[in-house]
Design a protein around this ligand. Structure first.
Ligand SMILES: [Zn+2]
Length: 329
């Protein structure tokens, strides 16, 4: 049942969207397998790997801040000698300055380029970079880094621990939930879509996703893949609905305030096209009621901008009776 609090509707949270309880300390640290640990505050996730004489840290979100080192010290007193960056975003690596300055820092080339440009002392530049892949073999542990092209962000990479059958990919998969707003704030939607298939091509059982409430599985990737394909179908439908919503927008708000006209047209097409997706996924994925219309809008723009999908949106059709120019050939 949808609750209303403070005038805001709150849809039910599906059971599969819940994760482990975070203790009052503000963090949970747990071994997944073979010396690989995840740390969470209930919304963000990072990880570390314990080798024979050292620790390899992966990300440190400011949301957890110094609790990352505290969590590592709950487990081991071995020195942190390596730091791996999933991608350049401050909300995932913005607290990596808590690790020793002389630790080896590893990130994809694009990550280094962006960090250099952004010049943030809290995000030191990677000392080791790679283009397509890089293997870290330290203290009896193996981490394989792979970059499969732009997705949520340029440089956002897979971190695979083949022995433990663990895959880390941040800000792409949201176990139990739909992706965050604007399709996970992705810089490249076609690459974001392709990363579901890239993820499933790895050999793994458990996934560290950077968010939200729990760890992921292969099934979570397949489920989100299906949801995102439904969003793509909805966005195609929104393109088809646009001539009708355009005409309604023109009749309702006129053409003079051009942004109000565009927004009225887009919002109506996205809302109508997203309805079947909301009906299908409500109760299965958390947040579908919150973000499906937004996802449909973002995908609809990606279909236009990235893929040049037909029918083209004609903003100002001729009014002399010759009809939409898109339809005449
Ligand atoms: Zn990010």
């Amino acid at each position: 049942m949808t609750q209303t609090m403070g005038g805001i509707d709150i849809p039910p949270v599906p059971d599969g969207a819940r994760g482990p309880q975070v203790p009052p300390s503000g963090y949970l640290v747990e071994e997944i397998a073979g010396g690989v640990y995840w740390i969470t505050d209930g919304g963000y996730q990072c990880a570390f790997v314990v080798g024979e004489d050292e620790v390899i840290a992966i990300d440190a979100p400011p949301s957890l801040g110094g609790l990352v080192t505290r969590a590592i010290r709950d487990v081991t007193s071995k020195p942190i000698t390596h730091v791996v960056y999933s991608h350049y975003h401050g909300d995932h690596i913005g607290a990596t300055d808590q690790f020793p300055a002389d630790a080896v820092r590893i990130g994809q080339e694009e990550t280094r380029t962006l960090l250099k440009e952004l010049d943030d002392p809290a995000r030191r530049l990677p000392t080791v970079t790679f283009k397509d892949s890089h293997r870290i073999e330290v203290g009896g542990q193996i981490l394989e880094l792979h970059y499969k092209g732009n997705n949520h962000a340029p440089g956002n990479s897979f971190i695979h621990l083949p022995r433990q059958r663990i895959l880390m990919l941040v800000d792409v998969i949201y176990p139990g939930w739909v992706p965050f707003a604007n399709i996970a704030m992705s810089k490249h939607i076609p690459g974001f879509m392709a990363h579901h298939d890239h993820a499933l091509a790895f050999d793994f059982d458990t996934m560290i996703t950077g968010h939200l409430t729990r760890l992921g599985t292969r099934e979570d990737v397949a489920t989100q893949r299906e949801y995102m394909h439904d969003i793509r179908d909805a966005a195609r439908h929104a393109l088809e609905l646009t001539p009708a919503t355009r005409d309604r927008a023109r009749d309702t708000v006129g053409l003079d305030h051009i942004y109000t006209y565009f927004k009225t047209m887009y919002d109506a097409a996205s809302a109508q096209a997203a309805q079947p997706v909301i009906e299908k996924w409500a109760g299965r994925l958390g947040g579908v009621e919150t973000f499906a219309v937004n996802h449909t809008f973002i995908m609809y723009q990606s279909l236009r901008l990235d893929l040049n999908v037909r029918p083209h949106v004609v903003f100002f059709p001729p009014t002399d009776g010759s009809g939409d120019h898109d339809h005449e050939h």
